[in-house]
Design a protein around this ligand. Structure first.
Ligand code: WT7
Length: 672
């Protein structure tokens, strides 16, 4: 039996060194009481329920799904033909009905569904909107009718490229209502990302904003859309309509043949629109995510399983309770899965107000988040380790200035959280009173798959602890054999779960190859992990050529392709490197065309070039020029060597030197 330990990413180094972590924080009765009473109140209860969820998935999930409204019942709960799962087979429902209509029909139409806060604070006055379920229902229905009037029908893919405005949630729910799938593109991505995704999804309608606020300036979304539409036209793809919501009032060009004003269009629409009866397995949305090749994958999620799993996982992991004064704030952007699942779809069905904030955490001041929490009396904060590390750097005085006593639960997501950040979060934000849930999951899993339950699971800083209900997670070798405690291996999930991806849009072979071929019969997450003596999971970082920059997945090959598309670059290799705030930074080794001149100016130009192709998050933190890239005899780039170089040298020193890797490579041997 050969055991291939995963190659830990640089970010995981700190996690691996925690083998000795022995601080354990047990849930307290006071915490459970402050959360309105525990759903799952002890580790024993968790173990019993978890075992039951694996032994009798049909029985377990049928009970959970009974809390939702279905238009027609299922004939079977799950059908599994690896790698294809069907959940709530034969049932019809609508996720918009369960997230919005149901509450109105039950007499809760006046309660707050969405609390929205804009970024700008002119004269220190925040711009806030409270949208009730009743108002949301009307807005969504108008938007649904508007989409229909533009010719959108069930099965179409509508692209959403907007800032963090409530209309983004409205547009998602409107798509869901009429059975159109949405494909949300993060507003920080540039035009080429829109082109790739609209082409891949054959999407002909896009909803955008004139601009989005970010740190006091305007991100020109409509301009990017115009550019993308030109590029798409050149590729033979026609975008029939772009609906534009005015938000920033920046100058935009208007093409009356295809541009439609959101406000004008919606104003003429009826506020009634029946929900489409969707088959449980119909497509709910596509969300593109990076993989190990240059092309992002369109992850497919379907209606029924995703609906049940996201709302149930939100309820259990955050102990959500309606009518208990809870206010849930997930700080992610809706452009990522975190926002899909835990700003919109998982939270609204639980009838707990979901807070949506438009802008940056440090605008106009470094205390913006804490000020928002105090003013809106936020009870649940769900954010990313990279943000926590930034808060630590900005200083303890910022949270200390504000009343954070309403907080009852803290969550972390996106990357391994280093124990220092975990402890700071606990002490300075949670005042040692709030449970912390470190939730491991992925775009592909739809919802949390390894996470503590706040009133049941003793937590250990840096560990995402135990599998969620229905999740048969394990750490295995290449043959699928489970590994002993504290042995690094491949993280897999061995049984289907309701919110699992239903495929990669238009690429069956890649779906099989990426997730199902390395370890037979098991879902491969793409992360290395180990379990400790308690059975707790510790995520060690990606095992593929994907790096996790500030909690965002980026394929190194995407950055390489972007670099090589610059005329000065002949070849490029990109690896992760340790970064204090981002967790993993981006190091690029670049060999130049003979005519190009290595200079700091060229480095700056390359960084801007990458930002123009992939967005600012993909800008390399360090660029090294090199004569040639170190390769094995078979021509594979020696990434391990590059990772060592990137980790071991000060990026600000010696920045423009042309390196010769031949000597280094010879010293190491061609062992990669
Ligand atoms: C990858 C998925 C799921 C929401 C945001 C990212 C890493 C995510 C954790 C965590 C350690 C984590 C993994 C995973 N990751 N959460 N709590 N601890 N690592 O979604 O873009 O699909 O990325 O993020 O590497 O595979 P995503």
């Amino acid at each position: 039996m050969s055991i291939t330990p995963p190659t830990p990413s640089p970010a995981s180094a700190s996690v691996v060194s925690l083998l000795k972590e022995d601080r354990v924080f047990a849930p307290t009765a006071a915490q459970a009481a402050s959360l309105g009473g525990a759903y799952c109140g002890s580790l024993d209860e968790y173990r019993v329920q978890h075992a039951r969820s694996l032994a009798d998935p049909a029985g377990f999930w049928a009970e959970v799904a009974a809390d939702f409204e279905w238009f027609t019942p299922w004939t079977s709960v799950v059908e599994w033909n690896c790698p294809d799962a069907k959940w709530f087979v034969g049932a019809t429902t609508n996720i918009c009905h369960n997230a919005v209509d149901r509450h109105v029909l039950d007499g809760h139409g006046h309660e707050v569904a969405i609390i929205w806060e804009g970024e700008p604070m002119p004269n220190g006055v925040p711009e806030v909107r409270h949208i009730s379920y009743g108002e949301l229902l009307e807005d969504v229905s108008r938007c649904a009718n508007a989409l229909k009037s533009l010719g959108v029908v069930k099965g179409d893919v509508v692209t959403l490229y907007m800032g963090m405005v409530p209309e983004l949630a409205v547009a998602m729910l409107a798509c869901a209502r009429i059975g159109a799938a949405h494909s949300v593109i993060f507003g920080g991505f540039p035009a080429p990302a829109i082109v790739d995704r609209m082409l891949d999804a054959a999407s002909r309608v896009i909803i955008t904003c004139d601009g989005a606020w970010r740190r006091g300036s305007v991100v020109a979304l409509k301009q990017n859309v115009d550019h993308a539409i030109e590029l798409l036209a050149a590729a033979g793809h026609t975008v029939s309509h772009s609906v534009v919501l005015r938000r920033t009032d920046n100058d935009i060009t208007w093409n009356p043949a295809r541009d439609v004003c959101w406000k004008e269009l919606n104003a003429t629409m009826s506020s009634e629109c029946e929900c489409e009866a969707m088959d449980s397995e119909d497509l709910l949305f596509l969300l593109y995510t990076s993989g190990s090749t240059g092309k992002p994958k369109g992850i497919r999620h379907s209606v029924g399983g995703y609906m049940v799993y996201t709302a149930f996982s939100a309820q259990q992991t955050f102990n959500l309770r309606a009518s208990c004064g809870q206010v849930f704030w997930c700080t992610a952007d809706i452009g990522w899965v975190t926002g899909h699942s835990y700003i919109v779809y998982g939270i609204l069905p639980n009838r707990v107000p979901t807070l949506m904030y438009e802008g940056a955490p440090n605008f106009p001041g470094d205390d913006r988040f804490w000020e928002i929490i105090a003013r809106h009396r936020v009870t649940h904060l769900y954010t990313a380790p990279t943000a926590i590390r930034a808060f630590m750097k900005w200083g303890d005085e910022h949270p200390a200035k504000h009343d954070l006593s309403t907080l009852k639960l803290l969550g972390s997501v996106g990357e391994p959280i280093n124990p220092e950040a975990w402890m700071w979060y606990r002490e300075h934000i949670g005042h040692d009173a709030c449970p912390i849930v470190d939730t491991f999951w992925q775009t592909e899993t739809g919802g949390h798959v390894i996470t503590p339950l706040p009133c049941a699971t003793p937590t250990v800083p840096g560990s995402c602890t135990l599998p969620f209900f229905g999740i048969d997670a394990a750490v295995v070798d290449e043959h699928g054999n489970e590994l002993p405690a504290n042995t690094g291996g491949l993280l897999v999930i061995r049984k289907p779960w309701p919110a699992m991806l239903r495929g990669i849009h238009g690429d069956r072979a890649r779906f099989i190859d990426t997730y199902w071929s390395r370890v037979e019969g098991m879902y491969l997450a793409g992360d290395g992990a180990r379990r400790d003596d308690r059975g707790y999971f510790w995520i060690m970082g990606r095992i593929d050529d994907v790096i996790n920059v500030s909690g965002h997945r980026l394929g190194t090959m995407e950055v390489e392709s972007a670099l090589v598309s610059h005329p000065a670059v002949v070849e490029a290799a990109v690896v992760g490197m340790p970064h204090d705030i981002k967790g993993t930074g981006i190091a690029a080794f670049v060999s130049l065309a003979p005519t190009a001149i290595a200079s700091d100016a060229l480095k700056a130009a390359l960084r801007e070039h990458v930002a123009g192709v992939l967005g600012p998050i993909a800008k390399p933190d360090m660029i090294r020029f090199t004569q040639s890239l170190p390769k094995t005899r078979s021509g594979k780039i020696m990434r391990r060597l590059l990772r060592d170089v990137a980790a071991g040298r000060d990026s600000n020193q010696d920045t423009t030197t042309l390196e010769d890797f031949a000597v280094l490579a010879a010293l190491r041997g061609n062992d990669e």
